[in-house]
Write a protein that binds this ligand. Structure first.
Ligand code: UGA
Length: 430
């Protein structure tokens, strides 16, 4: 199938490469010429496992091309996927300016009938508004289809190839069937529905997952108070197939470019409909408090003043396997530790260049290996769930002058650490 993908962010770039790898003819469009040059020369604007290789493979076999020109990109395409950002607007609702800019350009350049499909996360009602907007600017026939994306950063290629479901929403059943052809080979259900249901499935899914995380984070606080162990509680809960084991890892709170934005946007959409979404209100409050709950564990030992303290920090990305620091709780925690007077010895496997842009160079050393953070540090703080942080030698832990470890991701084995004579504080574990 001939496809045009507009936008080369996480959804667009990964989507273009995977659609091409499925044997389609794909043109990726971005209005930033530097980004296109970068991608074509083999260096990716984002770190995503396997992406570089997949893009290179499909450029060389001729399935994948990139262009700056939207009109060239869409000219032969049967399906156009809009994958541009929908950032958080000033009042917390989704800012749709990029969607409408692209919609206008499509309308002005479209010469033959198309299926126009929005993959970006957009509030319920947006596809219909965009449809009316395009209709007001062109007489060329087109269908509107909503195909929300469910990939996670860090495992996006695998997620697209092994998705739990594909959601395709439209008023036009022929268009739904055409778009389904793209996904039929995947061994998972295709949910065919109206535009509004498709849009809401996306927000409801992200908000439900965020709720699951905030729920386990509150349970973790009860665990701390009662002497229970949140990892055992989560395991026991997760064995119930109605609950499931995923997204029950207690933490310093959820971050990233999706959950914080999408929970707030659904909350705002509900308010616009005149409905107060109580649960989401609480989820946001719990998530905001969770980093303070973790910081309080540090403050209980050290007070509010960390002047003269050197802290080994492992993790800056909002989660593992990404260089993304958008809405990263790790970054927020580091900012607070710096404000409290501490000097930070930090390491993250991928996110240090991005972190340096927001944290600067004052009171923070960016180190080359996870081992180096231990040199001359007073205590350790773990903020991102990179797998490699699970494996820290006793030799390094014993270098910590104050013999204190604060694990914001429950990665380490507390009893082994205590046997070394080191105090271990985590989230909801004895
Ligand atoms: C999320 C969804 O998982 C994807 O399905 C969705 O497509 C994507 O948003 C999106 O809307 O584009 P992502 O933001 O990449 O994906 O990251 P997640 O793996 O969901 O993690 C989000 C945050 O929750 C991270 O900060 C992570 O550390 C935290 N988390 C996750 C926990 O604190 N505990 C958990 O058990 C799981």
């Amino acid at each position: 199938m001939k496809i045009c993908v507009i936008g080369t962010g996480y959804v667009g770039l990964v989507g273009s490469a995977v659609f091409a790898d499925w044997g389609n003819q794909v043109i990726g469009v971005d209005n930033n010429p530097d980004k296109i040059r970068m991608i074509e020369s083999g260096s990716m604007p984002i770190f995503e496992p396997g992406l570089k290789e997949l893009v290179a493979k499909n450029i060389s076999n001729g399935n994948l091309k990139f262009t700056n020109s939207l009109s060239d990109g869409i000219s032969d395409a049967e399906i156009i996927f809009i994958c541009v950002g929908t950032p958080m607007g000033e009042d917390g609702s989704a800012d749709l300016k990029y969607i409408f800019q692209v919609a206008e350009e499509i309308a002005l350049n479209m010469k033959t009938p198309k299926i126009i499909s929005i993959k970006s996360t957009v509030p319920v009602g947006t596809n219909r508004k965009v449809r009316e907007f395009i209709k007001s600017k062109t007489s060329v026939d087109f269908s509107s289809v909503s195909v929300p994306e469910f990939l996670r950063e860090g495992s996006s290629i695998e997620d697209m190839n092994n998705t739990d479901r594909t959601v395709i929403g439209s008023d036009d059943t022929a268009a739904i069937e055409k778009v389904s052809e793209l996904f039929n080979h995947l061994n998972s259900p295709i949910v065919k529905c109206d535009l509004e249901s498709a849009e809401l499935i996306k927000y409801a899914s992200n908000s439900f997952l965020a709720t699951k995380i905030s729920f386990i984070n509150e349970i973790a606080q009860i665990c701390d108070m009662s002497g229970a162990d949140v990892t055992k509680v989560a395991y026991g809960m997760g064995l119930d197939s109605r609950i499931g084991p995923k997204f029950l890892n207690a933490s310093i709170g959820y971050g990233g470019s999706c959950f914080p934005k999408d929970v707030l946007a659904l909350y705002k959409t509900s308010e616009d409909f005149g409905y107060h979404f109580n649960i989401l209100d609480s989820v946001m409050k719990t998530n905001k408090n969770q980093k303070n709950y973790f910081l309080d564990k540090i403050k209980k030992i050290y007070g509010d003043n960390l002047n003269g303290k050197k802290i080994a920090v492992l993790g800056l990305a909002f989660k593992n396997d990404t260089d993304d620091i958008r809405e990263s709780v790790a970054i927020e925690v580091v900012k607070i530790l710096k404000e409290m007077g501490a000097l930070i010895n930090a390491f993250d496997p991928e996110a240090m260049p991005n972190s340096e842009k927001v944290l600067g160079n004052e009171k923070i050393n960016y180190l080359n290996t996870k081992e180096e953070v231990f040199n001359d540090s007073d205590f350790l703080v773990i903020l991102t769930e990179w797998k490699e942080f699970k494996d820290i030698s006793s030799e390094n832990l014993l270098k910590l002058k104050d013999k204190n470890v604060f694990d914001g991701r429950n990665l380490l084995n507390g009893s082994e650490i205590r046997q070394l004579g080191i105090n271990y504080y985590s989230i909801g574990r004895k």
